[in-house]
Design a protein around this ligand. Structure first.
Ligand code: NDP
Length: 308
């Protein structure tokens, strides 16, 4: 019985150290070292090389090291094995802080002033006020719900859209495709916090943008696959949208020939809005490992039929 860590970045050693510190009795391996494949019953993964999960004949759990699981569903993984994901207060707080920082930067024109500074331009621009804006959150799950509460504390009006109704104080909710148009009509700043699934792929498109009021601003911190890139550029260039801040892209790193890099009204961050902090999330992975050994229900299970 052992855990294998499969990811292609430089963080394998940090995860291994954190897991071993939390429970020295659990054998933990990197997929890059010699390891007993038949003893592996949990794979802790993040954007793993496709196909690697099929190397483990006794695998009983695929644990995403992050909140998203779209990279697992894209893979040819052993289909009957339960998938878990991270639900974590620090991850949600970090995301909320990022989105609120982006919103304030937009309201106070900080991005434009930075561009003006580089070009030697001194040009005050009227700023906007919190009270003038309704923030629409697409996806009111573990992350969106925390953002909704934090926005309220800053005095923003916020509203949410999800598949099912949520009971969050002061948050008008819109549910399902039928209520999406009303939600969009009242949203000046749109934040995408949806999981990437068959139903949400390409949801940020011209048709959706057209239902937002003139001058709306887009923040995509979910996945690049939600956005039709050319539609965003077209709707900004036509003046219907005032701009966007993106953290996620179809291809990461974004190729430097991509038009987003040079667009004055598109603010880019490098997919780092919120990342799993090992100290904060390792306890839930260890807890799930012990649950797995005892045959108890796992925490934060993903639904393969819903895709999130
Ligand atoms: P959750 O699964 O907790 O929440 C997803 C929300 O989206 C739920 O409210 C769900 O509705 C709603 N939803 C899903 N499908 C639909 C649909 N077809 N129509 C309407 N609503 C839908 O996810 P998290 O909040 O934990 O994370 C969201 C995403 O954020 C992750 O999947 C990941 O891709 C991204 N992320 C990005 C990070 C970054 O650094 N940029 C960091 C962490 C996460 P319901 O509640 O009714 O099921």
């Amino acid at each position: 019985m052992a855990i294998v860590i499969i990811r292609q970045d430089h963080k394998i050693d940090a995860w291994k150290t954190a897991l071993k510190a939390a429970d020295p009795n659990i054998p933990v391996f990197s997929y890059l070292e010699d390891h007993p494949v038949s003893q592996i019953d949990m794979a802790l993964v993040w954007k793993h090389p496709q196909g690697t999960l099929n190397r483990y004949p006794n695998l009983k759990c695929i644990a995403s090291s992050g909140a998203g699981v779209d990279f697992i569903f894209k893979d040819d993984y052993p289909k009957k094995i339960p998938i878990t994901r991270i639900v974590d207060t620090m991850l949600a707080n970090d995301m909320s802080e990022h989105v609120i920082a982006v919103i304030f930067s937009y309201l106070k024109n900080l991005g434009q002033y930075r561009l003006d500074q580089i070009r030697g331009i001194w040009k005050p621009i009227d700023y906007h006020r919190v009270s003038d804006y309704t923030i629409g959150i697409l996806g009111v799950g573990a992350l969106g719900a925390v953002l909704a509460k934090d926005l309220r504390n800053y005095g923003f009006q916020a509203q949410g859209w999800a598949r099912s109704k949520k009971d969050i104080a002061g948050l008008p909710m819109y549910v399902g495709d039928g209520q999406l148009p009303s939600f969009l009509a009242g949203t000046q700043i749109l934040v995408c916090l949806l999981p990437l699934t068959g139903k949400t792929t390409g949801i940020l498109n011209k048709q959706l943008f057209g239902q937002l009021p003139q001058g709306a601003y887009i923040i995509n911190v979910a996945r690049g696959g939600h956005l039709i890139d050319t539609d965003l550029v077209e709707m900004i260039d036509s003046g219907h949208l005032s701009g966007a801040c993106l953290d996620v892209y179809h291809e990461e790193p974004l190729p430097n020939t991509h038009p987003f890099w040079q667009h004055d009204k598109i603010h880019m961050t490098p997919h780092y809005a919120s990342v799993s902090d090992t100290a904060s999330v390792v306890p839930q992975i260890i807890e799930n490992y012990h649950r797995l050994q005892k045959g108890r229900p796992l925490l934060h299970l993903v639904s393969p039929s819903k895709g999130y």
